[in-house]
Write a protein that binds this ligand. Structure first.
Ligand SMILES: Nc1ncnc2c1ncn2[C@@H]1O[C@H](COP(=O)(O)OP(=O)(O)OP(=O)(O)O)[C@@H](O)[C@H]1O
Ligand SMILES: [Mg+2]
Length: 631
């Protein structure tokens, strides 16, 4: 088979030739033969393989980038993508979300060839029937197939507004994963408020064409006046991650009612979890804004001005397409960039313009466009999830911006208590590692914490300053759950799967300051608790000696020993009650009177006269003469 031959090129050098298998044969190059028409150069062989790749094909082959790499991850990711869309659709509709998730293992199996298992190197995962239903805005009949059947098609990519979805990828990736692992199509039932009937479409995604293949469609009844139900058959590995994801989602959305029913293995009894809403207050709706000039990459700006068809002048282009640019500001910027305001947008030198924007005093974007969780709502939410926590606190920063994109940080913590301890990693007997819950646009980030800015900043804080034990550069070693929420018109995710937040100095700084405020609150609580423990210790020591004191006092006073002892103990009790009253009313400093002095007083007079209010001024020394004592 002579399929490789040297050919003398224009510079007198021999081109390397390849067979269709792509292998070269140096020996044969020595005995050059006349060029055969079917022999190809490397470049020609490569050229024959070239073709455009559409996003559906790309993501079918790279589903791992979107969180569908393995059955465990894929199951959580699918639920996350569908629930995110549901909550976004409820937010768009302006209603309190009611989202139900039904996950049922079927008898069908998805087998993965592996060398890890003994029995034939095959691992079988159950195929789950997953249905997520919401009371959101629904999707127009004419848009359903495209919305669910074309990758990178959606309503959020071009809108500069805070939302959970950003890319037009999520549900499509889930549908592609479903059809790859179960061969089953997706079933979408959706109803908009003005239509009397819902519309059901059964579809697959043709990844070669990135277009929907509609298997069937019909009008059906729907139990709600508006909403969407998405049903998929997917291979999955059910773990606790699913439940903790839904719990964290509920934490991030105190106004949402989330119901989850699971049959983890075929034939098992269903398990139900119901996360009721913590309040009935709709968070402020996020507002849409235009992009800020400083958030633009030079390439994107170049493309934008080249494709612009609606603006006659460069000035108009800036005023119309960007936030915070008035006519006067546009003129200043263009002047600084060496361009006339009346010139065509196509003449804009993007690098000069961006330099002028960076050096000029361009105002920050409006910051009141975000929809944070809200400190009160976050506290209610934490209290609902960690109902027995010893201490709950929250802190937040004012909105700020990174590269022209508004964002806001809120943080919270739940300290101590069984439910918190249950969520923390047990390092050894009595020692727990804290847990960090990361939320981006009210959506939990469940994987890749190590690459996430939100997680890294928690480790950067010196928690020892706030009385929490910590090994340097690590999470605090204490039973505490730390919640971090970032909301932004565009969360800077580091990967398309939206697992982690990328580094931005502005976000890092705001988060650091928020965590320090939180740390101070935690420190305040721990100090208070230490004082209490100290006081209890003092009192318990007193109790040990109470009997001896009673005996000696009885000898001195002639009073009944048992009576003195009982009075002493009653005095200890009164002190405890006083301390409790102070704690409940949140005022006062610890008492400096001892149970012994109280007991003596009570023997001397009316015990009811013992003041409950703790004196603020320095207390006088309590001294008694024997006469007073005996009185
Ligand atoms: N439950 C739903 N209710 C209403 N519309 C929906 C629902 N699910 C999906 N959609 C529509 O389908 C589009 C595509 O959803 P998809 O999850 O693929 O992308 P996205 O949410 O826009 O962005 P992301 O890739 O970040 O999730 C959405 O933009 C939305 O318009
Ligand atoms: Mg989505």
């Amino acid at each position: 088979m002579v399929d490789v031959a040297p050919e003398v090129g224009p510079q007198g050098k021999a081109h390397k030739r390849v067979s269709s298998s792509g292998k070269t044969s140096p020996k044969k190059q020595k005995h050059a033969k006349p060029v055969h028409r079917e022999l190809l150069t490397v470049a020609e062989a490569e050229a024959r393989k070239m073709r455009a790749v559409n996003p559906a094909q790309y993501y079918r082959q790279n589903l791992g980038q979107l969180g569908f790499g393995d059955p465990e991850h894929a199951l959580v990711q699918t639920i996350k993508e569908l629930m995110d869309n549901s909550l976004d659709a409820c937010e768009a509709m302006g209603v309190l979300p009611e989202v139900t998730v039904e996950l049922t293992a079927t008898a069908k199996k998805y087998e993965v060839v592996t060398n890890k298992t003994k029995d034939g190197g095959v691992r079988a995962f159950p195929v789950f029937r997953l249905a997520v239903e919401d009371n959101g805005c629904g999707v127009l009949k004419g848009k359903v197939a495209k919305c669910f059947g074309s990758v990178l098609y959606g309503s959020k990519f071009f809108s500069f507004k805070q939302s959970r979805g950003q890319q037009g990828l999520g549900v499509h990736a889930a549908i592609i994963y479903a059809q790859l692992t179960s061969l089953e199509p997706a079933v979408i039932t959706t109803k908009i408020e003005s239509d009397p009937k819902a519309y059901r479409v059964v579809l697959k995604i043709d990844t070669e064409r990135n277009s929907p293949v509609v298997v069937s469609s019909e009008e059906v009844d729907f139990p709600r006046s508006h909403g969407t139900r998405v049903e998929l058959m997917i291979a999955g590995d059910y773990t606790q991650k699913v439940e903790s994801f839904i719990k964290e989602l509920s934490l991030a959305n105190p106004h949402a009612d989330l119901k989850f029913t699971v049959v983890a293995q075929a034939g098992q009894e269903p398990k139900e979890l119901h996360f009721k809403r913590a309040n009935e207050i709709l968070p402020p709706p996020p507002k849409e804004i235009k992009p800020h000039l400083l958030s633009m990459e030079p390439g994107a700006l170049l493309e934008m001005k080249s494709n612009d068809a609606c603006c006659a002048t460069a000035k108009q282009f800036l005023v119309r397409h960007f936030v915070r640019i008035s006519d006067a500001k546009a003129e200043d910027l263009l002047k600084a960039a060496g361009l006339s305001p009346t010139s065509s947008p196509k003449e804009i030198d993007v690098e000069a313009l961006l330099k002028a924007a960076r050096e000029g005093d361009l105002m920050r974007p409006p910051l009141d466009v975000l929809s944070p969780i809200g400190e009160d709502a976050l506290r209610q939410s934490i209290r609902r999830i960690y109902s027995d926590a010893e201490f709950i606190c929250t802190a937040s920063r004012e909105p700020w911006s990174y590269r022209g994109v508004p964002f806001q940080i809120e943080v919270g913590a739940a300290y101590g208590g069984k439910s918190v301890i249950g969520d923390c990693e047990r390092v050894k007997e009595g020692v727990f590692k804290s847990r960090v819950i990361r939320l981006a646009n009210k959506c939990p980030l469940i994987y890749d914490s190590r690459d996430c800015l939100l997680y890294k900043v928690v480790k950067e804080i010196n928690w020892k300053n706030y009385k929490l034990p910590q090994d340097e550069g690590n999470l605090p070693m204490a039973p505490i759950v730390i919640i971090i929420s970032l909301v932004s018109t565009k969360v800077p995710y580091s990967v398309p799967g939206k697992f982690a937040v990328a580094y931005h100095e502005e976000i890092r700084e705001q988060l650091r300051l928020a965590l320090q405020s939180l740390g101070r609150l935690i420190q305040g609580y721990i100090s208070h608790r230490q004082r209490q423990e100290h006081e209890q210790h003092r009192q318990s020591i007193f109790q040990i000696y109470a009997r001896e004191i009673a005996r000696d006092m009885s000898v001195l006073t002639g009073q009944d020993q048992e009576l003195i002892y009982n009075r002493l103990m009653a005095s200890v009790k009164t002190k405890k009650q006083k301390a409790r009253a102070i704690r409940a009313h949140g005022s006062g400093t610890p008492s400096t009177q001892t149970p012994a002095t109280d007991a003596i007083r009570s023997l001397a007079g009316d015990p009811a006269e013992i003041p409950v209010e703790i004196p603020v001024q320095k207390p006088k020394k309590q001294q008694f003469t024997l006469e007073e004592y005996l009185r």
